[in-house]
Design a protein around this ligand. Structure first.
Ligand SMILES: Nc1ncnc2c1ncn2[C@@H]1O[C@H](COP(=O)(O)OP(=O)(O)OP(=O)(O)O)[C@@H](O)[C@H]1O
Ligand SMILES: [Mg+2]
Length: 386
């Protein structure tokens, strides 16, 4: 069977679109199809390096598909979170009263109740403490916070190389305080909000108003800024300040806190206006995992799988210097595939051995380069003094 890039790209795009719209079931199916197409494409690639690259891409798509499955399950577990409360012009879930506008709002407002906790995120201890201070303690000790004049919230911007846990940490923050998690995708804003940005932001805040606690998360926030100034996408430049204003105003009147989090792995593409005080004033660098964090990842991603005796995970964690969290998760998954397939083929249950780990490590590249790290360090320094 030959698969064209077109086929792959179509499935991938549909999968990502459905995922953004929170249509988890169809997202999962499309992403699985895209992964399958990519596996086919990998077979016809010239050269081992290219083949491996494509296999990795297929593995990431499978990962995304699995995420969609988890999201379906989480949403089923928390049906109450989808129901909006009474009053104040917010959207109602009863189909009879749903106007067309509200229906479309229901489509793009993706609400989740993440079950992730800080403990599921390896390392990043000082970042977690930062978030606790700013976002969690003021919730948990509302009386004290009020007495001392401490306001929760504001905007926290996480930046750092890809695959270091930014998205995960945003979800885990929501999980920690049992907040409803509203994820805004810039792609949605770009494609569907044109001319309606103001109304849409209002709808978003109405929806958040019906939840006891909310986190609004803008992933890949750099996409809200046009790549070139002369493209003049003024809609985009209005959206973020408006959301930030919304957060501020809302916080004061409703007494139901909303926190704003953003993430990017290309912070230098951001509009400096976003970083002004009162906006994303808190900028947090999310680095590559240090040794204890890498060790903890091995614990998280390997310990429930069949392991050979005397496997020295401490030593393996040492060797993973420079690998991102996503790289390490991928390494663990691949290391499990080998003995799994062997077990299927032979009928004898195998296990993950140090040889398998070494082999997989040997042909997995670090996805973050030293040049990238240098660029982050320079940007961080400039942003701190700006
Ligand atoms: N600190 C971590 N602890 C545990 N797992 C991690 C960690 N960082 C990354 N991972 C693994 O890598 C996957 C990707 O991480 P995540 O999507 O949060 O990265 P990101 O920083 O948002 O990347 P990007 O900048 O590309 O969006 C996670 O789903 C998880 O499996
Ligand atoms: Mg991310």
């Amino acid at each position: 069977m030959t698969v064209s890039w077109d086929t792959f790209e179509r499935y991938r795009q549909k999968g990502l679109d459905a995922r953004r719209a929170g249509q988890w079931d169809s997202a999962r199916v499309y992403l699985l199809e895209a992964a399958r197409a990519m596996v086919e494409l990998s077979k016809s690639a010239a050269g081992e390096e290219l083949r491996e690259g494509r296999r990795q891409m297929a593995a990431r798509l499978l990962e995304l598909a699995k995420d969609c499955e988890n999201a379906t399950r989480e949403n089923r577990r928390a049906p109450a979170a989808r129901r909006s409360g009474s009053g104040n012009g917010g959207s109602s879930n009863s189909p009879a009263s749903e106007s067309e506008g509200e229906q479309s709002a229901q489509q793009w407002i993706v609400r989740e109740k993440p079950s992730l906790r800080f403990d599921d995120v390896a390392g990043l201890e000082d970042v977690k403490e930062d978030i606790r201070l700013k976002m969690i303690y003021p919730f948990e000790h509302a009386d004290l916070a009020e007495k001392f004049g401490i306001r929760p919230g504001g905007g926290v911007l996480m930046y750092g190389p890809p695959g270091t846990g930014k998205t995960m940490l945003a979800k885990a923050t929501a999980g920690e305080i049992e907040a409803t998690f509203f994820r805004i995708s810039p792609a949605d804003v770009l494609s569907k909000w044109v001319g309606e940005a103001e109304q849409n932001i209002k709808k978003l805040f109405d929806a958040a108003a019906n939840e006891p606690r909310s986190i609004i998360f803008i992933d890949e926030i750099e996409a809200l800024v046009p790549a070139r100034r002369d493209e003049g996408s003024s809609v985009m430049q209005r959206v973020v300040p408006q959301i930030l204003q919304g957060v501020e105003g809302f916080d004061k009147k409703a007494g139901r806190p909303i926190l704003l989090m953003g993430a990017t792995n290309v912070p230098w593409q951001l509009d400096p206006a976003m970083l002004r005080p009162g906006r994303f004033d808190e900028k947090v660098y999310i680095p590559l995992p240090d040794l204890p964090a890498r060790r903890k990842m091995l614990e998280i991603y390997l310990s429930k799988r069949p392991l050979a005796d005397h496997l020295d995970l401490d030593a393996f964690a040492e060797k993973l210097e420079g690998y991102s969290g996503a790289d390490i998760k991928y390494l663990c998954d691949r290391s499990a595939t080998v003995p799994f397939l062997q077990s299927v083929a032979t009928g004898e249950e195998g296990e993950i051995t140090s040889q398998i780990l070494a082999d997989v490590l040997n042909d997995t590249q670090r996805s973050v380069t030293p040049e990238m790290l240098k660029r982050f360090a320079e940007w961080g320094k400039a942003a701190a003094t700006a």
